[in-house]
Write a protein that binds this ligand. Structure first.
Ligand code: PMP
Length: 419
C-alpha cells in the first residue's frame, strides 16, 4: 500500500494504534504497515477510506455468501429495525429459525442461539463434558474454534499467522485437558482414545478452514465417526465456516456423517453477529434451564441477527441453483488461474486457496511447510492490483454469489501477474 494514495487509512491507523491494541479489533486485521480502512461495501467489492475499490475474496472471513449489502437481507433488517432490535424476551423468530436450522442439519434435533462462533464452541465443549462426565477434549492440529481458552492450542487462523498458537494467560492446567491429533489421521485418533478413557469429545472442523481449505481424505470423516462412537466420545462438528457454505446441511450432509453436536455461526447471521450450537435431543436437554449445563447471553437470539439469518437461509433455499453457480464460479477461477508452477490451488465449492507448496496439504504440518516468505510478497502485489485476499497464508478465501464473471477474470489475471 502506498501511503500517498492511502493517506486517510494511514492516518486512521496512527490514531487507532494509540487507542486500541495493535490498532484493531481482531488481530488478523493488523495488516502491515497499516490496514486499509473500509467505508463501504457492495456485492463483491470493498470501498476504502481513500476511495479505492477492491475485489474482495475475504468476504468478512466467510459470512457473506450472498455478497456485501445484499438488498433482500438489507430490506429484512430495515423492516425489523422499525419493530425494535433487542427485546430480552423470546420472539417468534426463534422457533422459526430453529425449525429451519434443525430441519437442514441431520445432527441437530435442538438448537440454542448465541452471539458468536466462539460462544457456540465454548458451550458445546461444556455441554459435552456435562453430558459425558469426562474431562478431556481432543482437537485437530490447526483447527480453530474461536478465541477461548480450551481451544487456543495449535489453533489455526490468526493464531497461526501471529505465531502464538498458545496464548499467554491461558492456564496450562486447563490446556492439559486439550489433546491434539493431526487431521486426516484416524489412527492417531484411535491411539489417543485407546490410551485415554477420560475424553468427552472430539471437536473438528470437518473441512479445515482456518489453515485451508484442507480437505478430508476419502472416508476420513466416516472413520472418525466410527472411532468416536466406539470409545463413547462425542463428535462435535464445528461448522462455523462450512455451515451453509459447502451446501445446505453443511459438511455433515455433504459427507454423510452425523455428529452428536454441531456449532454454527457466520452465514447463519447473514452478516450480523451470531452463533448456534445444537445436537442430539438427549444431549441438548441438559442445557439450562432444561438441564444443569449453564449457558446464557444478553444478545442471544436477538431479533436483528435472526431476521438477517432467516432472510439468508430462505434465500439459499429458494435459489436452488445458487450452490451450483458458486461451484461454477470456483471452477472458472481455478481454470483461469491454471497451473502457475510453484504452488497449488485447493478448492471446495466457493472456499479456495492458492497454497505456496507443490501439492495440496493434508494436515497442519504440511500447511506449515508452505513458503511463508513468498506469501506476503504475493499478497501485497495483489492488494496493489486492488484485490483483497485474507492477509494470511492460512486463511481460506471465499467467493460469493455477487462475484461476477468480470471479477473472476480480473482475479485470475491478477493471480498470474502477481505470482
Ligand atoms: N469456529 C470456526 C471454524 C471458525 O472459523 C471461527 C471463526 N473464524 C470460530 C469458530 C469462531 O467464531 P467467531 O469469530 O464468530 O467467534
Amino acid at each position: 500500500m502506498n501511503t500517498e494514495t492511502n493517506k486517510k487509512s494511514s492516518e486512521l491507523f496512527e490514531e487507532a494504534k494509540i487507542l486500541m491494541p495493535g490498532g484493531v479489533s481482531s488481530p488478523v486485521r493488523a495488516i502491515k504497515p497499516y490496514p486499509f480502512y473500509t467505508t463501504g461495501a457492495k456485492g463483491a467489492h470493498l470501498r476504502t477510506a481513500d476511495g479505492i475499490t477492491l475485489i474482495d475474496c475475504c468476504m468478512a472471513y466467510g459470512p457473506l455468501i450472498l455478497g456485501h449489502a445484499h438488498p433482500e437481507i438489507g430490506s429484512a433488517i430495515e423492516e425489523q429495525l422499525e419493530r425494535g432490535w433487542l427485546y430480552g424476551t423470546p420472539s417468534p423468530f426463534e422457533p422459526e429459525f430453529a425449525k429451519m436450522i434443525t430441519g437442514d442439519h441431520p445432527g441437530m434435533d435442538m438448537v440454542r442461539f448465541v452471539s458468536s462462533g466462539s460462544e457456540a464452541t465454548m458451550a458445546a465443549i461444556r455441554l459435552a463434558r456435562g453430558f459425558t462426565g469426562k474431562k478431556d477434549i481432543v482437537k485437530i492440529e490447526g483447527g480453530f474454534h474461536g478465541a477461548h481458552d480450551a481451544v487456543l492450542v495449535k489453533a489455526g487462523s490468526g493464531a497461526t499467522t501471529m505465531g502464538v498458537p498458545d496464548s499467554a494467560g491461558v492456564l496450562s492446567d486447563l490446556v492439559a485437558h486439550t489433546r491434539q491429533v493431526p487431521y486426516n489421521d484416524p489412527e492417531a485418533l484411535e491411539a489417543v482414545l485407546a490410551k485415554n478413557s477420560d475424553v468427552a469429545a472430539l471437536i473438528i472442523e470437518p473441512v479445515l478452514g482456518n489453515i485451508g481449505p484442507v480437505l478430508p481424505q476419502d472416508g476420513y470423516l466416516k472413520e472418525i465417526r466410527k472411532i468416536t462412537k466406539a470409545h463413547d466420545v462425542l463428535l462435535i462438528f464445528d461448522e462455523v465456516i462450512t455451515g451453509y457454505r459447502v451446501g445446505i446441511g453443511g459438511a455433515q450432509k455433504k459427507f454423510g456423517v452425523k455428529p452428536d453436536l454441531t456449532t454454527l455461526g457466520k452465514i447463519i447471521g447473514g452478516g450480523l453477529p451470531i452463533g448456534a450450537f445444537g445436537g442430539r435431543r438427549e444431549i441438548m436437554e441438559l442445557v439450562a434451564p432444561q438441564g444443569p449445563v449453564y449457558q446464557a447471553g444478553t444478545f442471544s437470539g436477538n431479533p436483528l441477527s435472526l431476521t438477517a439469518g432467516i432472510a439468508t437461509l430462505r434465500y439459499l433455499h429458494e435459489n436452488a441453483s445458487l450452490y451450483k453457480n458458486l461451484e461454477e464460479k470456483g471452477r472458472a477461477l481455478e481454470e483461469g488461474i491454471g497451473d502457475m508452477g510453484g504452488g497449488c490451488f485447493v478448492r471446495l465449492g466457493s472456499m479456495f486457496k492458492y497454497f505456496f507448496r507443490s501439492s495440496p496439504p493434508k494436515d497442519y504440518r504440511e500447511v506449515k511447510e508452505c513458503d511463508t516468505a513468498a506469501f506476503p510478497v504475493f499478497w501485497k502485489k495483489m492488494l496493489d492490483t486492488n484485490i483483497f485476499l485474507p492477509p494470511s497464508q492460512f486463511e481460506t478465501n471465499f467467493l460469493s454469489e455477487a462475484h461476477t464473471d468480470h471479477d473472476l477474470a480480473a482475479l485470475a489475471q491478477a493471480y498470474r501477474k502477481c505470482r
